[in-house]
Design a protein around this ligand. Sequence first.
Ligand code: ZN
Ligand code: ZN
Length: 318
Amino acid sequence: MATNIEDTAIPTRNALFSWKIICFKVEDELFSVPRNGFTAASEVFSDMFLLPSNDSPDGLDEDHPITLEGYKKDEFAALLKIMYPMPGTYKIHGDTLSLDLTKTEWIGALKLSTIWNMSKIRKYAIAKLDTLQLAPIEKVQLAREHRVGKWLREGVTALTQGDPTQIEDLEVLGWKTAALLYFIYIHLAKPQPQSSGRFTMASIKCGRCGSSSSLIPGQVTCSGCHKDISPESVLWSPNVSSTPGTQYDVYLHTVRCPEYPTCNSQPFSSTSFRCSQCGRHHYTYNNSGHARVIAHPGTDLMDKYFGQEIGEYEASDV
Ligand SMILES: [Zn+2]
Ligand SMILES: [Zn+2]
């Protein structure tokens, strides 16, 4: 009699669909899910599961769940919907399959994916929340709760430009943040010289030879208001406008003090600066002072007060 080979051979496990179940308890609810999802998505959990557990039945069944203390069951369920999409948690519209989470659920998933180092899910939740058009104040709040540098930058930009935000509305961000936002707003709203160019003193280079060294080394004292001007000080050349970060040419005699328009002085007095590369003299009182500068971005106050925080969040996200 012929033997059917399928009856006698030892079956192999399918590489994708062969699940060990892991049980969690969050608040008063039990969750049973495939363990491999957690080991694949999170270093935190893969490390936890690698711990020697011969004498511990933790997570193996509903009588011995791993208790996740201090977490919310709704947030955990939201995360599981992304980790284990299945009929009932996704929707099919025509040829697209999409997860159907509420904003609150995306925020919950963002929170847990951040805590448990699930970077792909975190990025996905941020992208999904981006499509929901978060209000600027909410962006700043969520940015700080979940360390999203991009949202802090966008929120601060929106709150310091355009229509003013009521100071009472800013209170939820804490008084220090509210005061900083208001300060930047007032500064930006102040009438600025129209069509003027701004650039740091260090960015002033020889306009003849393309030298990469600064034409004006060290510190100078303004010839008008006598305030110190450092290489980082932002100078003006009124009536020149340019896109931040781009190069353009100015004559030194048109340059104005950082205090412009309060101080309307050409800050260098009557002198000349010699290019260390081509040796040409650039005079500060006639058209021979041909210099090249890099237009300064207008976001210096945001960088000053929020740049470090934004940088920390962005650095932890790479
Ligand atoms: Zn001055
Ligand atoms: Zn030169």
